[in-house]
Design a protein around this ligand. Structure first.
Ligand SMILES: Nc1ncnc2c1ncn2[C@@H]1O[C@H](COP(=O)(O)OP(=O)(O)OP(=O)(O)O)[C@@H](O)[C@H]1O
Ligand SMILES: [Mg+2]
Length: 288
């Protein structure tokens, strides 16, 4: 086989590999979802994956701040027909593409037909360009969050070690599995001092979940409290780039390897667009 032929074959295989869509979620807000997902995205990009991060978070330390970028457009501009998907996507560290979706969109479940079409056409245009899509949702499980999470096959569930956090995490697994159809939850405990504590929390969550829900939980690690995280946010640079040897960076590297190097729990044959089609069909068409 000559070089050109093997390259063609490699590219063909690459394009046939289904895109993996992972949404972050947590029972309560402010538990580190955005910091974890934006740094995991950087690690995935470093390992050669083509990454899209959907910033669906209106919080203060959102993906844009963590990456130190100022996107020109947001999802609302695409829905209004002002720009194409390619124009909406900003570029972050390591060539990560960022879809700013947290602002300018009041209700994604109330899109009119023209907006749905623009969203679908936009997703269609870029879906071959990515191996991994990470959706960083804001606090709570409001309708826009459900919309985005419903387009994912898996969740990244961030749980804190406090007892109340377990109840909140269970509630979020329940809503997302029953109402958004998410079956697989990758659980991260943050901040957490030791592996033993993290595993104990994970087991407790599994016990209640197993009893009432079909959702499948997988332990993928813990992140220790690390003040460098705050320093990195202030510097508007990803922690894993600014302080690659800090405790949280090392923990995130272990998590990243577990998340991205192991086979995906589900194969998404239909691609990115397919995931949202279901939601868009189900959501009521807004008048006008
Ligand atoms: N392991 C950690 N060590 C130190 N600080 C942390 C850690 N994890 C999170 N934090 C801090 O907690 C705060 C909230 O983090 P982040 O914004 O990532 O949470 P979030 O879950 O995305 O919040 P929201 O629900 O508002 O979107 C940040 O100030 C961050 O620096
Ligand atoms: Mg956030």
């Amino acid at each position: 086989m000559d070089q050109a032929e093997s390259l063609r074959q490699m590219l063909a295989e690459r394009h046939s590999a289904p895109v993996r869509v992972i949404a972050t979620t947590s029972g309560k807000g402010g538990v580190g979802k955005t910091n974890i997902s934006s740094n995991l995205a950087v690690l995935a990009a470093k390992s050669g994956k083509r990454v899209l991060i959907v910033d669906a978070d209106l919080g203060l330390a959102n993906v844009e701040i963590i990456y130190g970028i100022t996107p020109k457009y947001h999802l609302g501009d695409l829905l209004d027909g002002k720009v194409t998907m390619e124009e909406v996507l900003a570029t972050g560290p390591g060539g990560i593409r960022v879809l700013p979706a947290g602002s300018g969109v009041s209700s994604l479940t109330q899109l009119d037909d023209a907006q749905k079409l623009r969203l679908m056409t936009g997703l269609d245009a870029v879906e071959d360009a990515f191996d991994v899509v990470i959706i960083d949702t804001g606090a709570g499980i409001g309708e826009n969050v459900r919309f985005f999470v419903g387009g994912a096959q898996e969740a990244l569930l961030v749980v804190t070690p406090e007892p109340t956090s377990l109840t909140d995490a269970y509630a979020s697994v329940k809503v997302l599995s029953l109402e958004a159809g998410v079956e697989h939850f990758n659980v991260i405990v943050n901040p957490c001092a030791t592996e033993a504590i993290a595993r104990d929390i994970f087991e407790k969550l599994c016990t209640v979940t197993r009893r009432f829900l079909k959702a499948k939980l997988k332990y993928i690690g813990f992140v220790p409290r690390d003040e460098n995280l705050h320093r990195a946010v202030m510097a508007q640079k990803p922690l894993v780039e600014l302080f690659p040897q800090s405790p949280a960076s090392r923990a995130l590297a272990t998590i990243g390897a577990k998340l991205f190097d192991e086979p995906a729990p589900v194969q998404n044959a239909g691609g990115l667009k397919f995931l949202w089609q279901r939601i868009l069909r189900e959501s009521p068409v807004a008048a006008g």
